[in-house]
Design a binder for this molecule. Structure first.
Ligand SMILES: NC(=O)c1ccc[n+]([C@@H]2O[C@H](COP(=O)([O-])OP(=O)(O)OC[C@H]3O[C@@H](n4cnc5c(N)ncnc54)[C@H](O)[C@@H]3O)[C@@H](O)[C@H]2O)c1
Ligand SMILES: [Zn+2]
Length: 294
């Protein structure tokens, strides 16, 4: 089944309404760290779902917080196949800016906590896997090995002609993008000719970022692997995600429906919160290392 990335609460709210009609009365989530620690220590298979919020303390803005706009655009307007077709220069400016920003950032204590916990659990014959919506590769940089990147990464390109996927951390990614991509609203569109945008080294076709844009389908193999992990897990952590970008937003409620404990780490409540057993409010760079005891 193909799943598209979309931002709507309607599917989620419909599900919640059905649950209420079925007479499921939900308790307030607990914020008792000692109780969570016991659950964590007994878990054999932990899935951590992460979103833009886990990288906020590394200095990478989320889409929904302040700093979510680039020039006058929302990410949802510009991270789309239609925007790339209409103005590949503008979309490449946006990605060139994001690549350079991320290249200057480092993983924070929340990324490190997950990587350390993975190694500790592995040594005990247990498993921790990270399923991320992020495209910044900070989990890899922190040393996470069991990693599923649902939305691709900023540092891979895909040829729109031959389809080849390549690693690429060059800055600038093409000479014409040097010094372009400034985020201020008054900066004019650079209108770079297509020939001067990043091109394929094999066939000279136009390259695009290998990320899943709004309205595009997720890679079915990655989605399948994610679903298998979710089906097997006995504890799920939901870290720094607004629970409004689908399909990732339905993963944790699905796990909670199986009766598996879900713990949310966020600076605020989300549309998913009331569905979960635990909610730890605060910066995940502080709450997560404490929760995982690393
Ligand atoms: N770093 C990145 O790679 C990056 C950055 C921005 C957006 N995105 C993309 O944006 C989409 C948006 O979905 P999303 O749900 O991941 O992000 P989002 O921007 O919709 O939500 C971020 C969430 O993080 C929470 N948050 C912010 N700072 C936090 C902190 N310090 N500790 C804990 N929680 C914190 C916010 O309250 C919010 O709920 C995804 O598709 C993702 O690929 C990725
Ligand atoms: Zn090519």
């Amino acid at each position: 089944m193909a799943f598209c990335v979309f931002t709507t609460r309607s599917a989620f709210l419909r599900r919640m309404a059905t649950a209420s009609l079925a007479g499921k009365v939900r308790k307030q989530p607990s914020s008792d760290m000692a109780v969570f620690r016991t659950v964590f220590q007994n878990a054999k298979h932990v899935v951590a779902l992460t979103g833009a919020g886990i990288s906020a303390e590394s200095g990478i803005p989320t889409f929904r917080g302040s700093g979510g706009l680039w020039r006058k655009y929302n990410a949802q307007d510009i991270a789309t196949p239609g925007a790339f077709l209409a103005n590949p220069s503008l979309v490449w400016e946006f990605y060139s800016y994001r690549r350079d920003l991320v290249l200057s950032k480092k993983p924070n204590p929340a990324h490190h906590a997950l990587a350390k916990a993975e190694a500790q659990l592995e040594a005990e014959g247990r498993r921790l896997v990270v399923i991320t919506q992020n495209i910044d590769e900070l989990h890899r940089d922190a040393g996470t090995k069991n990693l599923l990147e649902l939305h691709g990464t900023l540092f891979r390109t895909r040829c729109t002609n031959c389809g080849i996927i390549s690693e690429n951390r060059a800055s600038p990614i093409s000479p014409a993008l040097a010094g372009k991509g400034a985020p201020d609203p008054e900066v004019p569109d650079a209108r770079i000719p297509e020939q001067e945008l990043p091109r394929c080294s094999k066939c000279a076709g136009l390259l695009r970022p290998h990320v899943v844009w709004f309205g595009e389908s997720l890679d079915p193999d990655i989605l399948n692997s994610a679903q298998k992990e979710l089906d097997k897990c006995d504890l799920c952590l939901v870290i720094g995600t607004s629970s409004v970008v689908y399909p990732a937003a339905m993963f944790a409620p699905g796990v909670a429906d199986r009766g598996v404990p879900v713990a949310e780490f966020n600076i605020e409540s989300t549309p998913g919160t009331e569905n979960f057993g635990f909610h730890f409010e605060g910066f995940c760079g502080s709450t997560l290392p404490k929760a995982l005891g690393v």
